[in-house]
Design a protein around this ligand. Structure first.
Ligand code: ADP
Ligand code: MG
Length: 349
């Protein structure tokens, strides 16, 4: 049993079931992301853990205690929302100390804890300010300090960086992760941003339509996606519908070349997935299979050039690094696409 256990969790609004049999066991100190497109049930699931939403069925246990019937303030959780939701008429220090005051923590202890929390989020000198005097990123740090001040057992964050601009988002995600590690607090982080989930998490729960499609470490989710949905939602992906040459031998035809997949196949067509970074325009150690094609698109992105090569009916995207000595290929040029057959993933639907 984990520190936070969610079993057979379900939620319906009227006739619509938005969370369907959700199961997850989170270890103490783990950082878990719920990753999925808008409307897939991330917030609803998180709100059930927090106690803002009553499950239609299922159990939630924190540290061995069934919390489903407890109110949010009895669950020992801290929560951070997308909108910072600070009290505009309270100073930063009073915002951070709010939960402590409600809990009846004496003034001097409170002041000490508030100072400690503000130091942790890098706002030691900001206690006397009001929220409107802070940037969005600073306000979200205050919200984080406020959530952590009551020393919760579980920290829940719902798209906390979505409202911030790109540069702040990247620096703040590193900071949140560092603080989470330092405090060792069990955390669930909701996001629709795959890069956030991949860079921050111990494990990612990829959600699709109220179901956890796959639960795994970022490396495994990215490199061994369990379903077509996971493969296409996480990262850029080439999807290749190819003809099976010999199902028993596990060979397919890719642009006229017969490619061994090293496993038995079913049917006469399969969908293969291939990451752009697994493909190159030159052979290399692992990339021993060359498939003939023609350059269809060239997108100069700065440090990286994204190239699409037409191979038979398929288009294969690949990335090359810019080099001032080598101008990129031209549309229409013949090209050989090099890959390692082991990088071809056979997808289940
Ligand atoms: P996400 O956070 O992944 O974007 P949500 O959990 O907010 O998704 O929503 C999942 C689905 O549940 C959506 O279709 C949403 O419209 C619906 N939903 C959420 N809250 C309610 C509610 N209070 N009443 C009715 N439908 C809701
Ligand atoms: Mg949401």
């Amino acid at each position: 049993m984990g520190f936070l256990d969610i079993s057979n969790l379900q939620k319906s609004f009227g006739a619509t079931q938005v969370v369907k049999d959700f199961n997850l066991s989170v270890e103490k100190g783990e950082f878990i992301s719920f990753l999925g497109p808008s409307g897939c049930g991330k917030t609803t699931t998180l709100r059930m853990v927090a106690g803002f939403e009553v499950p239609s069925a299922g159990t939630i246990r924190i540290d061995g205690r069934d919390v489903v019937r407890l109110r949010p303030n009895q669950r020992n959780i801290g929560m951070v929302f997308q909108s910072y939701a600070l009290f505009p008429n309270l100073t930063v220090a009073d915002n951070v100390g709010f939960g402590l005051r409600v809990a009846g923590v004496p003034r001097t202890d409170r002041a000490e804890r508030v100072a400690e929390m503000l130091a942790i989020v890098g706002l030691a000198d900001f206690g006397a300010r009001y929220p409107f005097q802070l940037s969005g990123g600073q306000q979200q740090r205050v919200a984080l300090a406020r959530a952590l001040a009551v020393r919760p057992q579980v920290l829940l964050l719902d798209e906390p960086l979505s409202a911030l601009d790109a540069k702040i988002r990247v620096s703040l995600r590193e900071e949140i992760r560092a603080i989470q590690r330092k405090l060792g607090i069990t955390t669930i982080y909701v996001t629709h941003d795959q890069e956030e989930a991949l860079s921050m998490s111990d494990r990612i729960v990829v959600m699709n339509n109220g179901v956890a499609d796959q639960v795994g470490a970022p490396f495994d989710i990215y490199n061994r996606p369990a379903t077509r949905f996971v493969a296409s939602f996480v990262g850029t992906l080439n999807l290749l519908d190819v003809r099976v040459v010999d199902a028993g031998a596990g060979t397919v035809s890719l642009g006229g070349t017969t490619v061994p997949l090293g496993r038995q196949l079913r049917g006469d067509k399969v969908t293969l997935a291939l990451r752009p970074e697994a493909v190159g325009l030159a052979p290399s150690d692992g990339r021993t299979l060359g498939v003939e094609g023609r350059i269809a698109e060239v997108h100069f992105l700065g440090s990286v050039i994204r190239i699409r090569v037409r191979v038979g009916d398929a288009r294969i995207s690949l990335d090359t690094f810019n080099s001032a000595d080598h101008p990129p290929p031209q549309v229409g040029d013949p090209a050989t696409v090099w890959l390692n057959p082991r990088d071809l993933m056979v997808l289940a639907d």
